[in-house]
Design a protein around this ligand. Structure first.
Ligand code: NAD
Length: 356
C-alpha cells in the first residue's frame, strides 16, 4: 500500500496559534513539523516544551522556520501587520497559507498578499471559522435548497469583550480597530449569506475609553449587498465578560426565517421556520470560551477544528478555499469603510477599491 501523503505544516505565532496546533493534531492527514514564536506570552509554557508535546521543532522566529524546514504549508497566526511580510516569505518558499483573520490592517497590505501568492502560485485560505461551523453549514444548505425562499435581510449581533489599551488591536495599520479584528467574523458571516457589499453607512465611537479616543470600540452599521439584500450589524469590543459574549444572526427570507446563535463567539444553535409551516431547531452544544482555557496550552478549541480540517482536506484534494483571499480583502475593505463612514457621517461606496 502506498503511504498516504501527509501535509507538512508549520505554525507562525503561538497566541491563537497554540489552538491551531491542538486542532491540526486532530487531523490525521497533517504532520505539525515546526512552530515558531519569539515571545509567546499567552502560551503558559516554553516554545520548546509546547513543540515537544506535538513532536514539532521549536523556533524563535517564523522566517527562520520557513527558511530551514521542508514544509508544504504554513499557518500565519501573528498580529495583522506582520501578515504581508510573512506571506511574502512563505510565497518565496512555495508554501500554501492558512491566514488568520483579519487578512491585514490595510487594503494595500491585502493587495500585496494577494499579489505575492499569485506570483508564487501558492494558495491562501482565509481562516474565517464561522462559515464552517455545523449550524452555519446547515443554514447554508437549507437556504441553498430554497426551503425558506430568497434571503433578503440579515441582522447580526457580533460584539467581543474588552481589550487592553496597549494591544495591537487599537493600532491603525495593525489590528486597525476591534471592527477589523473581531467584527470581521460577523461581516464574513453576513457576506456568506447575502454576498458582496457595495454600500455601507456606520455610526461608531470609542465609548469605554479602552484604546485611543480616535479608534472606535463600538460600531453600528448597515450594508447594502450587490445582490440587492440589506443587513445591519452591531460590533466592537465593548461586551461584558460575565454575559459570555452571545452572538446571533437572523436571516429573513421571502418564505421564512432562520436564526443562528451561541455563546463564546461560536454559533452553536440553528432554528428556522417556514412561514405558516414547518419549524426545525438543533443545538450542537456550547463551545468553551478562550478565557476558560487560559493556562491549558493543549486544550482543544472546537471553533477552529472544522475550518482547519477543511483547510487540509481542500488543499490536499485541490478543492477551493472555504474563505478565499478575495473574501479576506473584501472584509478588510468593509471594516475600514465602516470607520470612514463613522468619521465622515456619509455612506461609503466600496465598488471602487479604496487603497490606504
Ligand atoms: N480565528 C479566531 O477565532 C481568532 C482568535 C484570536 C485571534 N485571531 C487572529 O489571529 C492573529 C493572532 O492573534 P493573537 O490573539 O494570537 O495575537 P497575539 O499577539 O496573542 O499572538 C501573536 C504571536 O505572534 C508572535 N510573533 C510575532 N512575530 C513573529 C515571528 N516573526 N515569528 C513567529 N511568531 C511571531 C508574537 O510573539 C505573539 O506571541 C490575529 O490576526 C488575530 O486577529 C483569530
Amino acid at each position: 500500500m502506498p503511504e498516504v501523503r501527509k501535509l507538512r505544516i508549520g505554525i507562525v505565532g503561538l497566541g491563537i496559534g497554540m489552538r491551531h496546533a491542538s486542532s491540526f493534531a486532530q487531523v490525521p492527514l497533517v504532520e505539525i513539523v515546526a512552530m515558531a514564536d519569539p515571545a509567546p506570552n499567552r502560551l503558559g509554557t516554553t516554545v520548546e516544551e509546547f513543540c515537544a508535546h506535538y513532536g514539532a521543532k521549536p523556533y524563535a522566529d517564523g522566517y527562520e522556520m520557513m527558511e530551514k524546514e521542508r514544509l508544504d504549508a504554513v499557518a500565519i497566526c501573528s498580529n495583522p501587520k506582520l501578515h504581508l511580510p510573512l506571506v511574502q516569505a512563505a510565497a518565496r518558499k512555495g508554501l500554501h497559507i492558512l491566514m488568520e483573520k483579519p487578512m491585514a490592517g490595510t487594503v494595500e497590505d491585502c493587495e500585496g498578499i494577494i499579489e505575492a501568492c499569485r506570483r508564487a502560485g501558492v494558495q491562501l485560505h482565509m481562516e474565517f471559522p464561522m462559515r464552517q461551523l455545523a449550524p452555519m453549514v446547515e443554514l447554508k444548505r437549507v437556504l441553498d435548497a430554497g426551503t425558506l425562499g430568497r434571503p433578503f435581510m440579515v441582522n447580526c449581533d457580533y460584539v467581543s469583550g474588552l481589550r487592553t489599551p496597549n494591544h495591537w488591536i487599537w493600532v491603525m495599520g495593525d489590528g486597525s480597530s476591534p471592527v477589523n479584528e473581531n467584527t470581521c467574523h460577523g461581516i464574513d458571516s453576513v457576506r456568506y449569506i447575502l454576498g458582496d457589499v457595495d454600500r455601507i453607512y456606520a455610526e461608531a465611537d470609542n465609548f469605554i475609553g479602552q484604546g485611543p479616543n480616535e479608534v472606535a470600540d463600538a460600531a453600528a452599521f448597515t450594508m447594502h449587498h450587490k445582490g440587492g439584500g440589506i443587513s445591519t450589524l452591531v460590533g466592537g469590543a465593548c461586551a461584558t465578560g460575565e454575559m459570555d459574549t452571545p452572538i446571533r444572526m437572523s436571516v429573513f427570507c421571502t418564505e421564512g426565517q432562520a436564526t443562528v446563535d451561541g455563546l463564546h463567539h461560536t454559533f452553536s444553535r440553528l432554528k428556522w421556520a417556514r412561514r405558516g409551516g414547518e419549524t426545525w431547531e438543533h443545538d450542537w452544544g456550547d463551545a468553551p470560551s478562550l478565557r476558560s482555557m487560559m493556562g491549558q496550552p493543549y486544550a482543544r478549541y472546537p471553533l477552529l477544528e472544522p475550518s482547519l480540517k477543511n483547510f487540509v482536506e481542500n488543499l490536499l484534494s485541490g478543492k477551493p478555499a472555504a474563505a478565499t483571499a478575495d473574501d479576506g480583502r473584501e472584509n478588510v475593505q468593509i471594516c475600514l469603510a465602516v470607520l470612514e463612514s463613522a468619521r465622515t457621517h456619509q455612506p461609503v461606496d466600496i465598488r471602487q477599491p479604496v487603497l490606504r
